[in-house]
Write a protein that binds this ligand. Structure first.
Ligand SMILES: Cc1cc2nc3c(=O)[nH]c(=O)nc-3n(C[C@H](O)[C@H](O)[C@H](O)COP(=O)(O)OP(=O)(O)OC[C@H]3O[C@@H](n4cnc5c(N)ncnc54)[C@H](O)[C@@H]3O)c2cc1C
Length: 432
C-alpha cells in the first residue's frame, strides 16, 4: 500500500523536510511525497532589506522549487491551502483537496498587527518578496515627489520613514534604507538636501534587538544614532493613519512611509481548528513536533511553538531547518516502527547587519562588531544561499553596488502614488 506524505509550505522548514525525506527514502516506491506551496520558490529572507535598498536584485534571493528538486523524487503542487480537515486527513486547496497519511505543516507565520488601528490600511508590511519590491518602489517614488516639493516641512515629512519594530528585521531594514538615502538619493536628487531624509525606528519595549547580547545591542544602537537614525524605545505605536503614526496614545509623527515589522503570529489556517495555541496563535506541539491529538501531523518553523521548549521554536531560519529535519526523521521512524526523536535545537546566536561596512555578530560565544563582523555576515549569508548561481549573482550585486550607483527605476506603479493612481491625462503642474 502506498502512503502519502504531504508537506505544506515551501519555506525553510518545508523544503528541509521534503529534502531529507527524499534523500532518506531513496528509491522506495511505497511512499509518495508531495510539496504544496503558494509560491514556487524558496525566499532567502535575510536579504530582503537589501531588496528595499536596491542593493540586490529580487530574483537573486529566490530559488525556484523545481531547481531545488535534486533527486526529482517529490512532486510539487503550486496551490493555496485554504483549510485543514485533520480528522478526515484532508487538505483543502484553492483548486481541490488532497488526502494524506502524514502531514507536515510548515506554512510560516503572518504579520502580527496587535489590532492596532490603521496598520492594515496604511502601513507597509515586510514579509515577502513582493513587500520588499513594493517598499523599494514606494521609497523611490517619495524621493521623486520630494525632489520637487518646495515646502521644506512637507519635503521632510515625505522623506520620513518610520519603521515600527526594533527586532533584527527592523534594525537591518532601517540601516539599509539609511544607506540608500545617503549614498544614492541625496547625491542625485538636487531638490533633496543632506539631513532631510529622516529615519525613525520605533520600539515599544525599552531595548532594541532583544535576544542579542545587551552590550552588542547597545553598540548597534549607538551606531544607528551616529548615522542620524532616530531610535525611540518605549514608543508604543497606538494608531497609524495616512501620513502619520500615533505614539503612546497621543503624539502624531508625520511620515511618508510607515513600515510595520513588529512581530509574527501563527498562520490563520489554524484559527477554526480548536487546537491549543499560544498568545501569538502558534500551535503548541510536543517535543516530537506532533500536533496535539493528531500524531500523523507534524508542525515546523514559525507555525508552531514547542510547549516545553519555547527556545527551540524561536522564529528564525536555523530553528525552521532543524524542525524540518526532525519531522522528516520522525516520519521515517513512524514508517519503520522506530521510536520518535525529540527536538534538541538551541539557538546559537544572532547576526545583525547595520548597513554597509558594519554589523554585530553574537554567535556560539563569539562576539564582535564593525567591519570584520560585516564581512562575516556577508560571507555566511552568501554561503547559506541555496545554489551556486544565486551565490554568484548576489556576490556580483554586492560588488557592483560598491562601484556603481544603485538602480532607482520604479518597476511597479506604487498604488498609493497620486501620479500612478490618478487620471491618465491632467493639468500640467508648475512645481519645477
Ligand atoms: C524580512 C525578514 C528577515 C528575516 N531575517 C532573518 C535572518 O536574518 N535570520 C533568520 O534566522 N531568520 C530571519 N527571518 C525569519 C525567517 O525567515 C523565518 O523564521 C523562516 O522563514 C521560517 O521558516 P518557515 O519554513 O517556518 O516559514 P516560511 O519560510 O515563512 O515559509 C512558509 C511557506 O509557506 C507558504 N505558504 C504560506 N501560506 C500558505 C498557504 N495558505 N498556502 C500555501 N502555501 C502557503 C509560503 O509561501 C512559504 O513558502 C526573517 C524574516 C523576515 C520576514
Amino acid at each position: 500500500m502506498t502512503r502519502r506524505v504531504v508537506v505544506l509550505g515551501g519555506g525553510f522548514g518545508g523544503i528541509e523536510a521534503i529534502r531529507v525525506l527524499e534523500r532518506r527514502l531513496g528509491r522506495r516506491e511505497d511512499v509518495e511525497l508531495l510539496l504544496v506551496s503558494d509560491q514556487n520558490y524558496l525566499l532567502f529572507t535575510p536579504l530582503l532589506p537589501q531588496i528595499a535598498s536596491s542593493t540586490v536584485e529580487p530574483r537573486h534571493i529566490i530559488q525556484p522549487i523545481r531547481d531545488i528538486r535534486a533527486h526529482r523524487r517529490f512532486r510539487f503542487l503550486r496551490d493555496r491551502v485554504l483549510g485543514l480537515d485533520l480528522k478526515g486527513r484532508q487538505v483543502h486547496l484553492a483548486e481541490g483537496s488532497v488526502s494524506y497519511d502524514f502531514l507536515v505543516v510548515a506554512l510560516g507565520g503572518v504579520t502580527q498587527t496587535f489590532g492596532v488601528p490603521g496598520v492594515e490600511e496604511h502601513a507597509f508590511f515586510f514579509k515577502g518578496l513582493e513587500d520588499a519590491v513594493t517598499l523599494r518602489d514606494r521609497v523611490i517614488d517619495l524621493a521623486e515627489h520630494a525632489d520637487h516639493e518646495r515646502d521644506p516641512t512637507r519635503r521632510r515629512e515625505l522623506l520620513t520613514v518610520c519603521v515600527v519594530g526594533g527586532g533584527y528585521t527592523g534594525v537591518q531594514l532601517i540601516a539599509e534604507l539609511h544607506d540608500f538615502f545617503t549614498r544614492y538619493v541625496v547625491p542625485r536628487y538636487l531638490g533633496i538636501q543632506p539631513g532631510e531624509p529622516r529615519l525613525v525606528l520605533l520600539e515599544a519595549s525599552e531595548h532594541i534587538l532583544r535576544g542579542v547580547d545587551p552590550i552588542l545591542a547597545k553598540r548597534a544602537r549607538r551606531k544607528l544614532a551616529r548615522d542620524g537614525i532616530e531610535v525611540r524605545t518605549g514608543a508604543r505605536v497606538t494608531r497609524i493613519e495616512a501620513g502619520g503614526v500615533g505614539i503612546n496614545g497621543e503624539q502624531i509623527e508625520r511620515a511618508g512611509i510607515v513600515v510595520w515589522v513588529a512581530g509574527v503570529r501563527g498562520h490563520p489556517v489554524f484559527e477554526e481548528l480548536g487546537l491549543p495555541r499560544d498568545s501569538a496563535g502558534r500551535v503548541l506541539v510536543n517535543q516530537f513536533l506532533e500536533f496535539p491529538g493528531f500524531p500523523e501531523v507534524f508542525g515546523v518553523g514559525d507555525t508552531v511553538v514547542i510547549a516545553d521548549r519555547p527556545e527551540a521554536s524561536v522564529p528564525i531560519i536555523p530553528a525552521a531547518i532543524a524542525h524540518g529535519r526532525l519531522v522528516a526523521e520522525n516520519i521515517l521512524s513512524r514508517l519503520e516502527d522506530r521510536p520518535l526523536v525529540p527536538i534538541e535545537f538551541s539557538p546559537r546566536g544572532m547576526l545583525v547587519s547595520l548597513g554597509m561596512n558594519d554589523a554585530v555578530v553574537d554567535l556560539m560565544g563569539l562576539k564582535f562588531t564593525g567591519y570584520p563582523a560585516w564581512l562575516f555576515w556577508n560571507a555566511l549569508h552568501l554561503y547559506k544561499l541555496v545554489g551556486f548561481r544565486k551565490q554568484l549573482q548576489v556576490a556580483l550585486d554586492w560588488g557592483l553596488a560598491m562601484v556603481f550607483p544603485r538602480d532607482s527605476a520604479i518597476i511597479r506603479r506604487p498604488s498609493r502614488c497620486p501620479i500612478c493612481a490618478g487620471p491618465k491625462l491632467g493639468r500640467v503642474g508648475d512645481r519645477t
